[in-house]
Design a protein around this ligand. Structure first.
Ligand code: FAD
Ligand code: 2HG
Ligand code: ZN
Length: 493
């Protein structure tokens, strides 16, 4: 078969054949093999959800999905593929937003969904060891009766897997409080591209015995190996959590508000999330959370969701109330209003607005997503400049780009610039890229704060990494994966 638009990384790789399936059937049960090639061929519709990404923007044409149940089975599959030069795409919950989790061509998809056992939990140290295919929400549910939480939370928690989270180094809504996975992941078990099992599944808080190899796999997006097990430090569940949605008259108030909120709430501040008015309105339009009362949103240019997590409810509530009072009573108030959650249902509903933004945007149209790190005071400028640029190109109208919106994790300097279009078109893409990447580079920012590079940004890596860094990344890739079978065409240009 001839392939058009196939990157060089896939050039020497082979397609899966019926002979390969016969081999896999020696150690995998029929339920672990979904293929359009096998004698009992699956209809191609069964492969659809594996071949298409969450945004329905990236499309692969894989013929075969394997769902191993153990690390040993993963190892056997990978060893065979390495010998036969078959490209492999590791797939977790397929919620990634940069096209990393679906094939570019017809690579084999290795789904971790059958590896979902908790291996151990120690409620004294808080260390959890789990299979990579455990869904994030299921880990949260498992830890709840043990009074612990996963130090990571994101809107995709119902589908994404801990192995996918580690492989993308996902940030999310709790990073402000618990830091990145580079800190909270204590150990990993990884199947290397030649099938070797690298067992670094330690449960130690401290371990300075030479190079910390696991760090290489955190954020490698499946290009260096397959994560099969994760050891992670869970956090004690907060005894009290509160949140408040603050409505701001103008964007310029976000920065002073963040400073003041940090000063007053100090150790109990656990999230500080930003959304502009346009994306808030989209969330309401598409039924995410419960809309605030009209009088609370009147005149608001943007919103900030503040969460506190602490040890004593009265103490935390007192701090939050006095923050609100001081903000409202200032000579020039930083906020118009603050809607404080007074029940668990309201607490969840305020979070649902924020967590539902991605879904709202997707319901409205096709989203071009730019997940960037830029200085906080530039958030609005990035949105405005992008909007003006699209306007100048004549692309800001109902049939092309409908909205340009911004939201994100203020505390982490991470803005999600979303350009919501009627359709994905080459014209819009050409207007946005490299425009957005050049803009980010001009602020010395990052073109990917937390979603990764995937297939979307390989050509843009140079805007955030210099030549020497890319050269060393390529050397590391060649060392681990000399045959280039692991997630080919992703991450590296
Ligand atoms: P997949 O999408 O299946 O895979 C992602 C990448 O990791 C791919 O390159 C894949 O090959 C690789 N991979 C997956 N599993 C493994 C494995 N076991 N071993 C090796 N490689 C593997 N991201 C954030 O950072 N913060 C957010 O707040 C956030 N919110 C989101 C909200 C929504 C509604 C959605 C749809 C996505 C969101 N994301 C967010 C992006 C995405 O959910 C995360 O990147 C998530 O960590 C991906 O996990 P997954 O299991 O779905 O991985
Ligand atoms: C979030 O913070 C996610 O909600 C998704 O990282 C961001 O939709 C996006 O662009
Ligand atoms: Zn995010």
């Amino acid at each position: 078969r001839r392939w058009t638009h196939s990157p060089a990384a896939l050039a020497g790789l082979k397609s899966v054949t019926e002979d390969d399936l016969v081999h896999f059937a020696h150690f995998l049960p029929p339920t672990s093999i979904v293929s359009t090639l096998s004698p009992s061929a699956a209809p191609s519709s069964e492969l659809e959800s594996f071949n298409n990404d969450w945004m329905n923007k990236y499309h692969g044409r894989s013929t075969t999905v394997l769902k191993p149940r153990t690390t040993e089975e993963v190892s056997k599959i990978v060893k065979w593929c390495n010998e036969r030069r078959i490209g492999i795409v590791p797939q977790g919950g397929n919620t990634g937003l940069v096209g990393g989790s679906v094939p570019i061509r017809d690579e084999l998809i290795l789904s971790l969904s059958n590896m979902s056992k908790i291996r151990s939990f120690d409620d004294v140290s808080g260390i959890l060891v789990a299979d990579a295919g455990c869904v994030l929400q299921s880990l949260t549910d498992y830890l709840a009766p043990h009074n612990h939480i996963v130090p990571l939370d994101l809107g995709a928690k119902g589908s994404c897997q801990i192995g996918g989270n580690v492989s993308t180094n996902a940030g999310g809504l709790r990073l402000l409080r618990y830091g990145s996975l580079h800190g909270s992941v204590l150990g990993l078990e990884v199947v290397l591209p030649d099938g070797t099992i690298l067992d670094q599944l330690t449960t130690l808080r401290k371990d300075n015995t030479g190079y910390d190899l696991k760090q290489l796999f955190i954020g490698a997006e499946g290009t260096l190996g397959i994560v099969t097990g994760v050891s992670i430090l869970a956090a004690p569940a907060p005894q009290a959590s509160n949140n408040v949605m603050l409505a701001l008259p103008k964007f310029e108030n976000v920065l002073p508000l963040y400073k003041e909120t940090k000063r007053q709430l100090s150790e109990i501040l656990s999230a500080f999330e930003f959304m502009d008015r346009t994306v808030y309105d989209l969330a309401v339009k598409h039924g995410q959370g419960r809309a605030l009362n009209p009088e609370d949103v009147e005149g608001a240019e943007c919103f900030v969701l503040v969460e506190t997590s602490g040890g004593k409810r009265e103490h935390d509530e007192q701090k939050l109330n006095s923050l609100l009072e001081s903000l409202m009573e200032a000579d020039v108030p930083l906020i118009n209003t603050g809607v404080i959650a007074t029940s668990p249902a309201q607490f969840s509903s305020l979070w649902a607005i924020r967590e539902g933004l991605t879904e709202a945007v997707s319901k409205e149209g096709k989203a071009y997503k730019y997940d960037i790190s830029v200085p906080l005071y530039k958030f609005q400028e990035v949105v405005d400049k992008t909007k003006n640029h699209l306007q100048e190109k004549g692309l800001l109208h109902e049939d092309a780009v409908k909205y340009v919106v911004g939201y994100g994790h203020v505390g982490d300097g991470n803005l999600h610039l979303n350009v919501v279009a009627a359709a994905y078109t080459p014209e819009i893409e050409a207007a946005l890229e490299p425009f957005v990447y050049e803009l980010v580079a001009s602020y010395k920012g990052s073109i990917s704060a937390e979603h990764g590079i995937g297939a979307m940004k390989t050509h843009a890596l140079k805007y955030s990494k210099n030549e020497t860094s890319i050269e060393w990344m390529k050397k590391i890739k060649a060392l681990f994966d000399p045959n280039g079978i692991m997630n080919p065409g992703k991450v590296l240009p």
